[in-house]
Design a binder for this molecule. Structure first.
Ligand code: RIB
Length: 304
């Protein structure tokens, strides 16, 4: 099998509880509803890229449990090649507990499970897949040595590397950033990585550490694209009433990389990403609310 985009990342089973408001430390509150849906930043981004028409392969470590079987089904349904994803006998598939409050804000706790076992050896076993791709995309829910190995293989073959530095890690190793061509961060992640609170200053600072570009997503304030020797591109956000913001950042990134691979146009990719992110807020859960290419294009036209 071959793919244009290889995602080296996580799969989680998301358990979603809706609450009136997120509990304070020490507080117990009753949920309004419960649900379960496929998640994990890596898998979410892969699914959105595939829904945008990209040929995608997923390299995530999953367990030999029912949740792992669900992951394979999610990828098969999305047209994603999951045949290189290692299935581990003794480690359970990752799980996330997500609280969503009225207004759509959330709190997420991830139990990495099998995701924490993705190793450089697993990556090396997929060398032809990675070397034959156009772009390799990773996040920080899987071990850095595996991501580093994937990026080394990609760089050696002229494949673009993209890193979503989420969840936020102030101690991210410089070696990984140095192997990154395109860095995706939200405002919190940008501040944590750059050590400055202003997201625009953080974007400028991080650009010096990566190969090509930094994209800072700013929630309701839109997104900014920093490129060397090019003018800053700042786009405002679509105004939506969010039901659940879970996965909105993943939708942005999946749609962005799909468009970038298809057209090479980073500004257009930002627009696609913004629309995909807005649409992802319309209902509960991550991939369940992700739109396809036609719906994203229609949304952009309707809001032009
Ligand atoms: O970005 C949202 C995702 O973060 C959820 O699907 C959850 O699994 C965590 O990985």
């Amino acid at each position: 099998m071959s793919a244009d985009i290889v995602v080296v990342g996580s799969y989680n089973l998301d358990l979603v509880l809706t609450v009136e408001r997120l509990p304070a430390p020490g507080e117990t509150c009753l949920s309004l509803s419960r649900g379960r849906s496929p998640g994990g930043k890596g898998s979410n981004q892969a699914v959105q890229a595939a829904r945008c028409g990209a040929r995608v392969a997923m390299l995530a470590a999953i367990g030999a449990d029912p949740a792992g079987s669900e992951a394979l089904q999610v990828w098969a349904d999305a047209g994603i090649d999951g045949s290189s994803a290692p299935r581990l006998e003794v480690h359970p598939t990752g799980m996330a507990v997500i609280l969503v409050e009225a207004g759509g804000e959330n709190s997420i706790v991830v139990d990495a499970g099998a995701n924490a076992r993705l190793s450089p050896a697993h990556i090396e076993a997929a060398t032809p897949l990675i070397a034959g791709a156009r772009l390799v995309l990773a996040q920080l829910e899987t071990p850095w040595p595996a991501t580093r190995r994937a990026f080394e293989i990609a760089r050696a073959s002229g494949v673009t590397t993209a890193l979503n530095a989420a969840p936020a890690r102030p101690d991210l190793e410089e070696a990984l950033l140095a192997l990154t061509d395109i860095l995706f961060v939200n405002e919190i992640e940008a501040a944590a990585l750059a050590g400055v609170s202003d997201p625009m200053a953080a974007g400028e600072r991080l650009l010096a550490q990566v190969g090509q570009a930094v994209v800072v997503t700013r929630g309701g304030r839109g997104a900014a694209l920093f490129r060397r020797d090019e003018t800053l591109v700042a786009q405002g956000a679509y105004q939506v009433d969010p039901v659940d913001t879970t996965g909105a950042g993943d939708a942005f990134i999946g749609a962005f990389v799909a468009e970038l691979v298809a057209s090479g146009d980073a500004e257009r990719a930002m627009g696609r990403g913004q629309a995909a992110g807005a649409l992802a807020c319309a209902s509960l859960g991550a991939v369940n609310s992700f739109a396809d290419a036609d719906a994203i294009a229609a949304f952009e036209r309707a809001h032009a």
